[in-house]
Design a protein around this ligand. Structure first.
Ligand code: A3P
Length: 284
């Protein structure tokens, strides 16, 4: 619960009120780059692309959250500790819009993904972190019901998308789609670079797009799946359930019933109608 606004958020396994309090104490700095999303929508992918753009193709050292803290898990102090004297700080967060520390000069990238695929990915996420979620064998049907009610980490996906989508034209917000990045990574990486600053975009285009090609390669599914830097060692996952799992659009067809899929489509239509976000996946 945010004691200032009274707003409440379902927090992830392993997090407590003190962690939210700490996250909310963070003051967004002018140059900060926030990578925001609902879980399982391509956050790690976007973090990696963002880092590579800012750091001109040099991968981050060690495991991801040492370089790019997750605000609600790692807290305000971890974010403050990241040295931003040379490069802007990148901060990951799944917090709903209202909870995210704001600064008109900071930048906010948001990635959204078809909710059916996000749900399936979330199911495998829970399966892979069995000890964290204290379940060896999660039930996708039960998870589906909770997901539709928004009784899952970070509340309803539909609400999460709506508010970010309403802010998509703010000068310091960029709204991206997982499916667009899959379809044309070069185009989306250039968009990210332009949003971060013209100088990043021109670096990417220099020498016949040499740096752009490097970033495309280092953020490809194949490359990312082969690197073991996304999850801390204490959170090791079984070999057959890697964190960078399948990376496909439409995997929901293998896991949801026809009824579940059409109910989810209907929910998207109704609950994201006012914001217009219901049309995000019309072409996919
Ligand atoms: P799947 O479980 O469908 O494979 P998040 O980082 O928000 O937790 O999202 C994880 C999802 O993004 C996983 O989806 C993961 O495989 C996918 N992903 C990560 N890197 C990717 C990449 N380079 N290309 C495509 N999908 C990627």
């Amino acid at each position: 619960k945010d004691s200032a606004s009274g707003e409440e958020v379902y927090f992830p396994a392993g997090c407590e009120q003190a962690d939210l309090d700490s996250a909310l104490r963070y003051t967004a700095k002018n140059r900060d780059v926030f990578v925001c999303s609902y879980p399982k929508t391509g956050t790690t992918w976007l973090l990696n692309m963002t880092w590579l753009v800012i750091h001109r193709g040099h991968p981050f050292p060690g495991f991801l959250r040492k370089s790019m803290p997750m605000l609600e898990f790692d807290g305000c102090e971890a974010a403050e500790l990241i040295d931003d004297s040379e490069f802007p700080r990148c901060i990951k967060t799944h917090l709903p819009y209202n909870f995210v520390p704001k600064n008109p000069r900071a930048k906010y990238l948001y990635i959204a993904r078809n909710p059916k695929d996000a749900l399936v990915s979330y199911f495998f996420h829970i399966k892979g972190f069995a000890s964290l979620y204290q379940t060896e064998d999660p039930d996708i049907n039960k998870l589906y019901d909770l997901y539709m009610k928004g009784e899952v980490e970070f509340n309803s996906y539909f609400d999460h998308i709506n508010i970010w989508y309403e802010h998509r034209n703010d000068p310091n917000v960029m709204f991206l789609l997982y499916e667009d990045v899959k379809q044309d990574p070069r185009k989306e990486i250039l968009k990210i670079a332009k949003f971060l600053g013209e100088e990043y975009e021109s670096d990417l285009k220099a020498e016949n797009g040499k740096l752009l090609e490097k970033i495309v390669e280092l953020s490809s599914f194949k490359h990312m799946q082969s690197a073991n830097i996304w999850v801390s060692t204490e959170n090791k996952r079984p070999k057959d359930l890697p964190f960078i799992r399948k990376g496909k659009t439409g995997d929901w067809k293998n896991h949801l019933t026809t009824r579940q899929a059409s109910d989810m489509n209907q929910a998207l239509k109704e609950r994201c109608n006012e914001s217009g976000a219901c049309h995000l996946w019309d072409k996919y």
